[in-house]
Design a protein around this ligand. Structure first.
Ligand code: 2AM
Ligand code: CA
Ligand code: CA
Ligand code: CA
Length: 259
């Protein structure tokens, strides 16, 4: 896609995100309908569903030929990365949303033939939007993102997933011990924003395409490494343990994992 076209799309998506945030904030103090999915820790609320429906309808109207992959299933069954594919996570960090009404994100990504074009992660309560892509650059609330220092694992905080630490998957306890400290935020979007802003040196979690779709585009553009935890390539439709980090911390983690 051409830069001028991407700039036009970028303005449009930011409008959807403003509206989407307003919708969520308007209902944040109402009683939520909460349902479980695969386990008692895997939740979906009426707001997740409403927000996905809202974003799907905006995308359909704007880009009727594209495919849409949404976590809650209001998009399409997407089995190939061909063509234009929009990926939506309407509320990332649903457990935080339910228990804290804070520390959750709305995420949107646009891929063309498997190549990331635009990514958006909005920290709803913090009102912070990380946005952009390879042709536009990365922006933090509209300002060019500050350069990210290539910090090593031993000199930084690492964002981890609770279940991975509890099970010590991939030597997660060693990884935490080698760092200056671990943080478990419970939202991939909030973790990825923190890595982009240099507050964390990396983030590791089992993720689905809607969890890392936007983050992959922003991280790659910002010069961070993002791969599967064995160092293998991360396709846009992968569901796997994901490692994103500065170059140095990425290397440090792979060494501990044994790759
Ligand atoms: P979600 O809130 O959109 O489901 C911590 O739970 C992070 O991992 C969140 O970003 C969450 O996204 C994501 N995640 C991925 N798979 C999950 C699962 N099976 N249960 C809970 N969270 C999951
Ligand atoms: Ca979910
Ligand atoms: Ca998610
Ligand atoms: Ca979600």
């Amino acid at each position: 896609m051409e830069t001028s076209e991407l700039e036009q799309i970028d303005k449009t998506v930011k409008g959807w995100l403003r509206e989407s945030r307003d919708n969520v904030l308007r209902k944040i103090d109402t009683r939520l309908t909460v349902n479980t999915k695969t386990s008692r820790r895997d939740l979906v609320t009426n707001i997740d569903k409403q927000n996905e429906k809202f974003l799907v309808s905006k995308i359909r109207e704007f880009d009727p030929d594209a495919k849409i992959l949404g976590e809650e299933g209001f998009g399409d069954k997407v089995t190939s990365s061909e063509g234009r594919v929009w990926i939506i996570d309407p509320i990332d960090g649903t457990m935080n949303f339910v228990k804290q009404r804070n520390h959750f994100a709305i995420m949107i990504a646009l891929y063309q033939d498997g190549v990331g074009e635009l990514g958006y992660i909005l920290d709803v309560i913090g009102n912070r939007l990380l946005s952009g892509g390879p042709k536009l650059g990365v922006f933090d609330n509209g300002q060019p993102l500050a350069p990210i220092e290539n910090t090593s694992l031993k000199d930084g905080l690492i964002g981890l997933s609770g279940p991975m630490v509890l099970n010590n998957d991939f030597n997660m306890v060693d990884i935490a011990e080698k760092s200056l400290g671990m943080r478990i935020y419970g939202s991939a979007g909030i973790d990825i924003i923190s890595v982009l802003r240099g507050e964390l040196v990396g983030y590791i979690s089992y993720l689905k395409p809607w969890d890392f779709g936007a983050g992959k585009i922003l991280c790659e553009t910002a010069g961070l490494e993002i791969t599967a935890i064995d160092g293998g390539q991360l396709g846009m439709l992968s569901s796997t343990a994901v490692l994103l980090a500065t170059r140095n911390a990425h290397r440090d983690v792979l060494t501990i994992v044994g790759k």
